[in-house]
Structures are given as C-alpha cells and as structure tokens.
Ligand binder design. Sequence first.
Ligand SMILES: [Zn+2]
Ligand SMILES: [Zn+2]
Length: 259
Amino acid sequence: MLVDAHCHLTGSHLADGQVERTLDRARAEGVAGFIAVGTDLEDSRAVLDLARRIPSVRASLGVHPHEAKTWSQDTEPALAALAADPAVRFVGETGLDWHYDLSPRDEQEAVFRAQIRLAKALGKPLMIHTRSAPEATLGILEEEGADAVRGVIHCFSENRAFAARALDLGFYLSFSGIATFRKAEAVRDVAAWAPADRILVETDAPFLAPVPYRGKSNEPAYVRFTAEAVAALRGISTQKLADLTTRNLEALCGWAPSS
Ligand SMILES: [Zn+2]
Ligand SMILES: [Zn+2]
C-alpha cells in the first residue's frame, strides 16, 4: 500500500468526474491514500471539499509562493478557518520559489512566515515548497521554530547538506519523479542515504512525471515508479518502501488510509 504524499487533484486538468477515475487508476496500482494540496485560498476550498467527500484523500491547505501576491489581510483568518478542519493534515504548500519569482521575494517570505505561524497555532505540520532558495528557506524554518510542528520538504531537489539541516528540524524528505531521472545525482544520493523513518514518496501530479512517463502529464498512479526507484537505490523491496513511507506519513500527520 502506497500513499502519494503530495498531488494536485483540483486543477483544470481534472474536470468533470476525472478525479474519481484518476484515483481508481491509482488504487489499481496499490496507491491507497492521497495528500491533495491547495495552492491559493480558492484552490484550498476546493481541496477541502474533495477531502470531505473522499475518505482516502486528506488535505494540505495553503498559499504557494507563486501565489504569495494574492495574500491579503483577509487570507490568514479564512485559511485558518478552513485548515482547522480535521480532514486537513498539513499547512501548505508554502515556502520560497526564487527560480520562477512569480511573486516578489519579500512577499513570498512574509507569506511563508505567516503560514509557519498558522501551522504552529493549529498544531499541524507544514508542506514546504523550496526552489533556488535553500539558505533562505532553512533560515526561515529555523527562525520561526518550525521544528515545533515539523513537516515535509516536498519534491526534494536539494543535496545532503540541505537534507541534514531539514532532518535536524524534524522534517521529512518527500521524493518525486526526479528520483527516477538518471542525471539527478544529488537527489538520488539523498534518497539512498536518508534515514528510513524520514522518507516519503509523491507525484506532485500533474507535474514532473517519473520515467517512463517523463514529459507527460503525471498522476498519482505513477508514484509506484518513484517508489520502485527509491527502493532500488536503498536496496530494499518496493513493498518494504511502501510500508515504511506509509508509516512515516502516519507518524508525521496522524493519518493513514484504510486498506
Ligand atoms: Zn511545490
Ligand atoms: Zn505541489
């Protein structure tokens, strides 16, 4: 039994009944649980609706760094009210994205800090997105005391030095399709080396499909390929990797899908 620790199930790529079919295809591949992630306030409402409707889907609600520019005075109380729902297991995705810079960096930082405080107020772990801002991301997590709630470094794409500091804060490392890319040496190194009780697997669907679907639209069924790659790197069976990543998610957020 596998859990997809980070996927997007509310975008326009999944209109009109597509979600159920997508989840059925995933279940046929042994994927029993899904953390569906919101990227702004409106999307977070849609994700929560989905999680309330489908017991194998739990929610991560937040404002993505790309959307930091949409944050207003009203966003925080609205997000806090939604995120208090027991179907919500994480706050995020939140963090810094200095690769695309789709929101000003100072706004990304302020919105990131606000969501760490919200996670601490709610006692829920964080779902962290970080790209091209490793020092700033770790610095903010350390300054804001994010170790009090811990969380997931989603779509892990950094190196051992970053991983070590994230692990020191109690964070988990979630590996995506990047772990199946032969040239992603630093990520594959961390996937082989990271402690067994701190690793997760995810798709980040519809983005970043693993080999053999690289470049195509991604979906939760494909988390199997990432699990196979990470298991091979660690020299364990895919079954064992599935068991331990499912247990790890439960240890972090208190939820596991019923089989
Ligand atoms: Zn992300
Ligand atoms: Zn995402």
